[in-house]
Design a protein around this ligand. Structure first.
Ligand code: ATP
Length: 324
């Protein structure tokens, strides 16, 4: 291996820059070249490349987003698109690829590897923490901190007006953000896709909390349908059954994807970048680097794509006890 290409793909996440920096500097440390590929797979198809030396990644460890830009590429899902990408990489002598992204990006990487025997290594970058084989994806910890900061502010206004707030957070298929940020921010109830609380139990819980003397509450809701309702329909339903509640909805949205990465995400990105490059140099391919019990590990891409990192069900119990 003489030259490694690195790209970011799919949704951006804080810590992606720190991972790019780590890949670039690990390459330099081991005396091999590194090429940055702009706009994910689309840039690979268009040959949008840039040589990256260790000084090209100065002052980015603290920046959210990705300096290489991210994109979704329809063309890469076609054999013709992938052939163009392969030809471009070969032309400039890139002989291995590090893909920083989510499960869609890993699916693309695995197909690319199967078609051309091209060595690929994945680094999980997505705030949702929904990838099997790692307890933490890049950006997840930062997103948690962003969410609790927002909910703390919402709590100030909720308690001043005796209001119930439904706060919608990201996580269409995974409740990690909702569950952990919900506990961290002291939410009354947490609604996640993995667990159907049931409308009756939600009503009962809110009635109980009102009776116990709570005058304001926060309910954290993971995006997507909950019990067949979106967050606004949920508000209408609760208001029609518990007219004593004055409910407001706050959808946090894309702010959860931005901001300076937390220390945890920067350290994780640095560790995963080193492992990704060094694994390629050891001749490994078609794996995702991740972290499990604070150990950096390799998981076959195929498994990482198929599964989801499960939520910790004990956290549901902790949340229940905390809302007593
Ligand atoms: P996030 O979890 O943040 O959405 P992601 O990596 O899952 O990130 P996707 O948009 O699903 O984001 O995938 C990113 C890109 O990966 C796609 O635009 C496409 O180019 C490529 N890709 C996804 N699925 C495939 C596939 N089946 N075959 C080839 N390429 C794919």
């Amino acid at each position: 291996i003489k030259k490694i290409g690195v790209l970011t793909s799919g949704g951006d996440a804080p810590g992606m820059n720190a991972a790019i920096r780590s890949v670039v500097r690990t390459c330099a440390f081991h005396g091999i070249e590194c090429i940055g590929i702009y706009r994910g797979y689309q840039g690979m198809i268009e040959g949008d490349f840039k040589e990256m030396g260790p000084r090209s990644v100065n002052n980015i460890i603290n920046k959210g987003g990705t300096i290489l830009k991210s994109a979704r590429s329809k063309e890469f899902t076609t054999p013709e698109g992938r052939k163009k990408a392969f030809d471009n990489l070969t032309k400039v002598g890139v002989d291995a690829l590090v893909v920083i992204g989510g499960d869609g990006s890993f699916t693309g990487a695995e197909i690319f590897n199967n078609e051309f025997g091209f060595p690929v290594m994945g680094i999980p970058g997505t705030i949702d923490n929904d990838i099997f084989g790692t307890s933490h994806t890049l950006g997840y910890d930062t997103a948690l901190n962003t969410v609790i900061e927002c909910i703390d502010k919402i709590r100030d206004t909720a308690s001043s007006h005796n209001r119930l707030f439904f706060v919608e957070v990201m996580g269409r298929d995974a409740g990690h953000i909702a569950l952990n940020a919900g506990i961290g921010a002291g939410a009354e109830e947490i609604l996640i896709p993995e667990e159907d609380l049931g409308l009756d139990r939600l009503l009962e819980s809110l009635q109980k909390s009102k009776a116990s003397g709570k005058s304001s509450s926060i309910v954290v809701v993971a995006e997507g349908d909950k019990m067949g309702k979106n967050v606004f329909e949920l508000k209408d339903y609760i208001e029609s059954h518990l007219p004593e509640y004055d409910i407001r909805v706050s959808v946090l949205g894309h702010m959860q994807r931005g901001g300076a990465p937390s220390c945890f995400d920067r350290v994780l990105a640095s560790r995963l970048g080193v492992k990704a490059v060094e694994s390629i140099l050891e001749g490994k391919s078609n794996f995702m680097v991740g972290i499990l019990k604070d150990e950096v590990t390799l998981t076959p891409l195929e498994q990482a794509i198929k599964g989801h990192y499960p939520i910790d069900r004990e956290l549901l119990r902790v949340s229940d006890i905390m809302s007593t």
